[in-house]
Design a protein around this ligand. Structure first.
Ligand SMILES: O=c1[nH]c(=O)c2[nH]c(=O)[nH]c2[nH]1
Length: 307
């Protein structure tokens, strides 16, 4: 039976573009996921193998980064309108452009002084808790009852748009990473901390304790001039343990959410740390425990096994 070509469309899905705009020390960000679907006179590519009417999907991705630089991102709608008009008016074979945009919202992390380049992603985090209680006859050599109270959070996504460098690392024959003195540092904070002592008696205010620990994590992330995510991790963990006498230990698992500078040179555009490609994988994964000197570590090393 003969076949005919039905509805068809093509384009680059999920281009992750982050646009940073600077007003002195005050930075603004727009964070989009852009999906492009183009359609029109595309039968020849499907049925004859002719690419003569095909604007490559790779080009549509490049256009997203170039437009972010040239026109900025005033809003998701404005950006999508501009792209849609460009593709349809620029190519005879493209009659329809559907541009879908997801925008991720970010709130500012309050900073000391006038620096304003630290952000926390809206509505992502989950608070966690795990309590373990061994009663009197617990088989632990007659030590009596034992409590372990772990609190934590996962999915707290944060970003600094400056004050992050990475250089001076080992280079072997496979190293290609360029050294940088100014990069975006973004991570998803996954943390679990262990409370000292017994949970009863003085009626601990767990909600207030959680808010303080979360606040320390955010403040240390925002306030640390970072030479590596490892250094930032240690600053975050030690701030919690230093400031909270009731917390003896914290485990942090921080994926390095890489933001690569988009290369706009082929289009005659410079990129002065303004337009980034937000890669989702692979990612560096930086993990460590920070504990009060003298205590024994007890938080599980692998936080994925926790609730
Ligand atoms: O903060 C970082 N720590 C690393 O260990 C590392 N490795 C890498 O490629 N980039 C980074 N960034």
């Amino acid at each position: 039976m003969p076949t005919v070509l039905g509805q068809n469309q093509y384009g680059k899905a999920e281009t992750r573009v982050v646009r940073v705009t600077r007003e002195g020390p005050v930075h603004h960000i727009r964070d989009l996921n852009v999906s492009i679907a183009l359609s029109g006179a595309m039968s020849d590519v499907h049925t004859k193998g002719s690419n003569a009417g095909v604007l490559p999907t790779d080009t549509t991705k490049n256009t997203v980064f170039a437009f972010a630089k040239e026109h900025g991102i005033a809003s998701a709608e404005d950006f999508a309108v501009r792209l849609a008009r460009h593709f349809v008016s620029g190519q005879e074979t493209i009659h329809t452009a559907r541009i879908r945009v997801e925008e991720y919202g970010w709130d500012r992390i309050p900073a000391d002084g006038d620096a304003a380049h630290s952000f926390v992603r809206r509505g992502q985090e989950t608070r966690t808790a795990q309590v373990t209680y061994h009663g009197q006859s617990n088989g632990h050599g007659g030590q009596g009852e034992q409590w372990q109270v772990l609190s934590g959070l996962k999915g707290l996504v944060v970003m600094n748009t400056t004050d992050s460098e990475f250089h001076g690392y080992v280079k072997d024959r496979y190293t290609t990473l360029p050294e940088t003195r100014d990069r975006i540092l973004a991570t998803e904070v996954n943390a679990c901390w262990r409370h000292a002592g017994r949970p009863e008696g003085d009626k601990p205010d767990w909600d207030a304790s959680y808010e303080r620990a979360r606040g320390h994590l955010l403040a240390a992330f925002a306030g640390t001039y970072s030479l590596s995510l490892q250094q930032t991790l240690y600053a975050m963990g030690s701030r919690v343990v230093d400031q909270e006498p009731g917390i003896d230990e914290i485990r942090l698992s921080l994926p390095n959410k890489h933001h690569f500078l988009a290369d706009l040179r082929p289009f005659g555009l410079d990129n002065d740390n303004e337009v980034y490609f937000a890669a989702d994988r692979p990612y560096g994964l930086i993990e460590a425990t920070v504990l009060r000197d003298g205590v024994t570590a007890a938080v599980p090393v692998d936080l994925t096994n926790l609730p």
